[in-house]
Write a protein that binds this ligand. Sequence first.
Ligand code: NAP
Ligand code: GDP
Length: 352
Amino acid sequence: MYAKMIIVPTPQLFIIFEKKNIKNFHNNIHMITNKKIILVTGGSGLVGNGIKYVSDLYNEKYEFVFTSSKQCDLTIMKDTVEMFKKYNPNYVIHLAACVGGLFKNMNNKVEMLEKNLMINYNVVKCAHDYKVEKLIACLSTCIFPDKEVTYPIDESMLHNGAPHFSNDAYAYAKRMLEIHCRCYKEKYGDNFTCIIPTNIYGPNDNFDLENGHVLPALIHKCFLAKQKDDDFIIRGTGKPLRQFIFSYDLAKIIMIIFEKNINENVIISVPEEHEISIGDIGKIIADNFDYGDRVVFDSTYSDGQYKKTVGIEKLKKILDENFQFTNIKDGIKISIDWFLCNYTPVIMKKDE
Ligand code: NAP
Ligand code: GDP
């Protein structure tokens, strides 16, 4: 039914396919490049693909190496050491993590804590041991305190109180990442820094119905509801508020922070006034599928944290005043187009 809606593949899809074909090149990387090497962990994920998309602007200066768990399981120190020996990166953008939406976080706390502690410990330690000149590590705004904060939240509040109970395992692992980076910075002067992005969405997102974040999960659910002529169910009351950043905007900003050598923690988000309710996100998605009259809220499900509104005063000082964030309606349209283009080859298998 959706075959007619499939758009011409966007340039980023071609980029991704090209980069996947450079596997052998990795084995000889130091023999064939004089450029400085940026190792991107989590290179196959939502944000990693955003970095791939913008990396072409930087290809003359840097050699990007994108890795996933298939090349190296970062929970295993021996393998992580091998990877650092193999690529000997000058810089690391550390995105790899065990990631998921509210329900994955609530139902898999042991995994969220243990895997993230291990991945982060191994990467930060190797970044120090292998004398990486700059490490940018990724936190999340959902790790801020739930109650002991004033809004808008800023970077100084990270450790002020307990995170929301629904994702405390993930949050404490991420907070340890921040402390680990800070300790190396204080004791050895390592150039290790953390970025703190808000909710992210875009092409290559995780569209899993149960484990995905709200936006990709709802795109998938609305698509299936329309196929089956069912109601489109949004979990919770729809009242919680979130700030959503498009993955390519985030990737552009990460590279700006990288190039400007910012060495303090920075929140990366759309401005406060772009905060939007989950209900409104659901409606935008439903309108894209022309299915707005079948939206139903199921408040037997958790709402999670009501809000985690962040301010971007620090980020504004880093960005050019003309920096434009992608409008949420445009970003959702691009994400839905990507989903429809990739449903058959990538996503449908998981529905069966
Ligand atoms: P994602 O799409 O789920 O991708 C996760 C990446 O980590 C994949 O490349 C995955 O490789 C890799 N990975 C997972 N376990 C690994 C392991 N044991 N060893 C090596 N690599 C492993 O995640 P994302 O949304 O791009 O998130 C990127 C970063 O942003 C994370 O640090 C996350 O905590 C943070 N963040 C995300 C959001 C959000 O809304 N998505 C919001 C704030 C912060 P495979 O493909 O091989 O599994
Ligand atoms: P969070 O921003 O870290 O809380 O994570 P999510 O991206 O998973 O967003 C959770 C919010 O979206 C909560 O208010 C949920 O009740 C709501 N929500 C509604 N439907 C869904 C769904 O299908 N999946 C997810 N993950 N969240 C949903």
